[in-house]
Ligand binder design. Structure first.
Ligand SMILES: CC(C)(COP(=O)(O)OP(=O)(O)OC[C@H]1O[C@@H](n2cnc3c(N)ncnc32)[C@H](O)[C@@H]1OP(=O)(O)O)[C@@H](O)C(=O)NCCC(=O)NCCS
Length: 169
């Protein structure tokens, strides 16, 4: 199976925030952003694997900044590491200033997807080779995040979480 780089899965989804997508103080609902990120991340995971993909975990979401009604929101997703059948997808969320057009970072999120066959059984995915400094940092930390997610889900014993244990040694 050929290897892939993060740029092979790069996915950019840009859309407006409409009135039905806001809370009573006129900012975007968190759930609306989660759904947009899930769509962008699933396209990235599909581009990496060229398989059917399903969300298995939302590992991290930080809502750092309010996103007002009418904002132009861009979700940029890349596969940051591929394991056997699972892929970590890292997302950066940007909003655009109406007058200057300058982008500022609103949020970040990390989701995990699994490639499956038509019966829903996990199937192998291509390995990912990071290229830039940021891609390498995200790749390195992904195994720690996978172990943390598996421990929280009760699918891995903390005793086996070697990367997590190494943090405290
Ligand atoms: C995703 C799914 C196919 C995995 O099935 P499973 O029997 O748990 O399969 P496995 O235990 O072999 O896990 C598959 C991979 O997912 C990883 N995984 C499972 N749970 C995980 C979690 N909580 N966090 C991170 N990775 C996880 C495993 O480590 C494994 O990775 P690897 O193959 O790269 O090493 C199954 O759980 C499923 O169908 N879930 C529902 C998915 C869905 O419908 N999503 C939309 C929700 S509305």
């Amino acid at each position: 199976m050929d290897t892939k780089s993060p740029k092979d899965s790069r996915t950019i989804v840009t859309d407006l925030v409409l009135p039905s997508e806001t809370n009573p103080i006129g900012n975007m609902f968190g759930g609306e952003l989660l759904a947009r990120m899930d769509r962008a991340a699933s396209i990235a995971a599909r581009r990496h694997s060229r398989r059917i993909v399903v969300t298995v975990s939302v590992n991290h979401v930080a809502f750092n900044k309010m996103i007002p009604l009418g904002s132009v929101v861009t979700v940029e997703a890349h596969v940051s590491r591929a394991f056997k059948s699972s892929m970590e997808v890292y997302m950066d969320v940007w909003i655009e200033d109406r007058e200057s057009g300058l982008r500022s970072k609103a949020n970040e999120a990390i989701y995990t997807f699994v490639a499956v066959d038509e019966m829903g059984n996990p199937v192998p995915v291509p390995a990912l080779i990071p290229e830039t400094k940021l891609e390498k940092e995200r790749f390195e930390a992904a195994l720690r995040r996978k172990q943390l997610s598996l421990v929280i889900a009760g699918k891995m014993s903390p005793r086996d979480a070697t990367e997590l244990k190494a943090l405290f040694e």
